[in-house]
Design a protein around this ligand. Sequence first.
Ligand code: ZN
Length: 359
Amino acid sequence: MSIEKLLSESHRYGSDEGFVLLGGGNTSYKKDGVLYVKASGMELATIKAKGFVRMDLASMESIWENTYSTDDDEREEEVLKDMMACRLEGETARPSVEALLHALLPFTYVVHLHPALVNGITCSVEGESSSARLFPEALWIELVKPGFILAKIVRERLALLQEKTGKIANVIFLQNHGVFVGEESLEEISTLYDTILRTIEEQLVRKPDFTPLIMDEKKRTAIASTLEKLTGKKIASVLNQEIARYLVSEKAFAPVASSFTPDHIVYSGFKPLWVDEGASVEAAFGEYEKLYGNEPKIICVQNTGVFSVGEKPLPLFLDTVSVSVYSESFGGPQFMDEAMIDFIRNWEVEKYRSSVSMN
Ligand SMILES: [Zn+2]
């Protein structure tokens, strides 16, 4: 086994929109006390060997002996500094924020992805009970602050489970986030992912209908040129059968009106802008900016279509639609709570990831 195999599997997962989008997800490999983990801001689809940061596993383990500040910003800054110090000499890239989780899972390979199907469960009202029913061996982690706190809780829960059952969970579902799968070989991981996705698919009462619809060309051009002037960026747009259902009214739009996971916040913004049919897009845009301190990345115009500032936010908004539809089979959608959304919006780590990957 080698880094070559990890590269080709990373490319395969990264190129399949059913597994992960843009810079989401990460993979790792452990050998001779060294962790090879994806650098922050890299995309799995195109990652090269130098996109993996080499880190000393023994030093990473000693992080658990440290005491950190109780203040969120201070703590994350301290942990990041300690993580950077765990890199082997000569490494310059910044490890993924999920590197600590990769390090503590006792498997040679770890593949962490954000499949829409999986998030149909992790972002649903009955997520925890559905996970327990369909995947009794897996570990479920409720919504907690990502980064150090998440790694700490996973570490505690793994130890607890091992104490109780003698087993180490190799599938970990993270509420409003995705899934970690660990194994001794990439083949076993691939088989496990197939099983997970198939099991969830069998439970679905319905799937998103992405049959394309043609937008009113006059309206589309007018809205796109307004947004282009406001943002200075190219505007992408989309309309399909599923989106049309959500665009009927602000009430119908509610199941896609907030953020399910950190990826959605980073790439498509924490909240799409809703514009009533016939209302001024420019005025609504200005109000959003004034209210939230940043421009919207996704603009949804009632009974018209969805507009994306640049190309990148669009796939993540479509993912929001998929996740929302899948979640209907598990009690309905459940967004991250406001406190967590605020935490991620203000988190330096995610600002960094966004700045690396959005250009
Ligand atoms: Zn993740």
